[in-house]
Write a protein that binds this ligand. Sequence first.
Ligand code: PAF
Length: 282
Amino acid sequence: MVQVIKKNNQLQDVLIDKRVGFVPTMGALHEGHMSLVEESAKRGLFTVVSIFVNPTQFNNKEDFELYPTHLERDVAMLEKTGCDIIYTPQKDQIYPEDLVMEVYDHEFYPVDSVLEGKHRPGHFKGVAQVVHRLFEIVKPQYAFFGEKDYQQLAIIRLLCKKLSLPIEIIGMPTIREKNGLAMSSRNERLSEAQKEKATLLYKSLCYAAESFATKQPQEIKDSIEKHFSSDDEWELEYFEMVNPDTFETIDSNATKHARALVAATLGKVRLIDNMKVTSHEV
Ligand code: PAF
C-alpha cells in the first residue's frame, strides 16, 4: 500500500536518508504522470508524488474551480506504479500564514514574458512559487516533469539555476492518445467529439515539423491560423516557432533549433501542446 501523507513534518521524517525522486502534480492523473513515476522508480529512487491544485498559478478563477479532482482514483492508479509516498497537503502546509517567499515576478525574462507567460499573466509566478515551496519541503535529488508543459519545464530549470538547488530536473516526452492528442487532465472536460477535434493541435504541430524544411515560419503560421479560424468552436491563442532555449520567435527556417508551441481554446477548455520542428534540436 502506498502511504498517503498530508503533513510536512510527517513527510520529512519518512524521507530522512532517502534518495528522492519527486513528481509534483495537481492530480487528475493520467498516463503522462504515470510515465514520470515509472521513470523515477526505474532509477531506483524513493518516489514521492505530490497532489496539490495550486491556486496561485491560475489566472482564471473558472479554470481553477473546474480543475478536475479525483483523489481516490489517483491513489488507485499510483498503487499500481512504483510510487512510494503520495503527498496531499492542504493549503496551510504549502502556504502557512507566516511564510515569506521570494516573488518570481518577471524573474525569468525573456522566457516568462512570452507565450504562456504573456497569455496567462501571473501563471509562471505561481508555478515558480509552488515548485520552490514543494522543493523546499520534499528536498528531492531528482524531479520529473512532462515536456507537454515545455515552457514550464524551462522555467523550472531556470528556477533551480537561480537558487543553485542541487536537484536534477528530468524532462519526459509527452504521452499521447492513439489519435495524437496530448494527454492532459483538462481533456476530461472535452466531449468525445471534441477529443477528436482537439487533434488539430497535434496535426498542426506535425504539419509545422514536416513543412519546416521547405517553408518559412510565417507561411506555416499563416496556414495553421487559417485552419483554426475556419471553425467557430476554436479560439487560437498562439502558434509560434521559437528558439527552445530563449523562447524567442524564429523568423527563418535556416535555424537549427526550433520548437513549435500552440495554445487554443476548444469550447471552454484551454489546451496546449508542442513539438520540436528541427531534427537538430538537442
Ligand atoms: O504541471 C503541473 O501539474 C503544475 O504546474 C505543477 C508543476 C504541479 C505545479 O503546480
